[in-house]
Unconditional design. Structure first.
Length: 203
């Protein structure tokens, strides 16, 4: 990431560029699949620059995961919101977005869960837990709007479907996985909304 002669260094821009480049490498290779020297070479910065902005490799890892969590959570929330007011349509939109992700050639599974499994550091596990909490909040909100009898329970069941489908897509092939998870999620929502007397599940 050389700086052209005569230009000034913008610390925030440099930090953002390192984050973007490191995110792709660490997702593809795994957090512990690339050392600091190789990582710096791949993203085009010196160790000194990396350490100046992130302190350590662990600091970079945490920043990458926090940024990714924010981006992915916002993407799914926006997908649900764009589907309109019907909770069934919102849930379908979430799983449609996931299906598109599974079919991306660079898909390697859930970066947060991968990180927690690969990198046994408490800070990483905490970021993963918060990330899943954000998923859970989104799904529980949909369950509430659908009139489910027990929205927290349905939200947790839907979270299991999201993460289970993501693992299956990553390790057992993507063909049909997203659509099968979508159908299972909508069936769960319809059953739960029916038992709760809500009006959103069967529309």
């Amino acid at each position: 990431m050389p700086v052209p002669k005569g230009s000034t260094i913008d610390p925030e821009r440099t930090r953002a560029a390192i984050l973007e480049a490191a995110t792709a490498v660490l997702y593809e290779r795994g957090l512990d699949g690339v050392g600091v020297a190789e990582l710096c070479a791949l993203i085009g910065v010196s160790k000194e620059t990396l350490y100046r902005h992130f302190g350590t490799k662990d600091g970079l890892v945490e920043a990458v995961l926090l940024a990714r969590s924010e981006r992915v959570s916002r993407w799914l929330a926006d997908s649900a919101a764009a589907a309109g007011d019907n909770p069934r349509d919102q849930l379908a939109a979430v799983f449609d977005a996931l299906r598109e992700w599974y079919e991306d050639p660079v898909f390697r599974g859930c970066a947060m869960v991968n990180a927690s499994a690969q990198h046994h550091v408490e800070a990483v596990r905490a970021i993963t837990a918060r990330h899943l909490d954000r998923y859970l909040d989104l799904l529980t909100g949909i369950a509430e709007r659908a009139g489910a009898a027990d929205p927290p329970l349905l939200g947790r069941q839907l979270l299991m479907l999201v993460e289970g489908a993501t693992v299956v897509a990553a390790h057992h092939g993507t063909a049909g996985t997203g659509e099968q998870a979508r159908q299972a999620a909508l069936a769960l929502l319809s059953a739960a909304a029916g038992s709760g007397g809500g009006r959103g599940g069967d529309n």
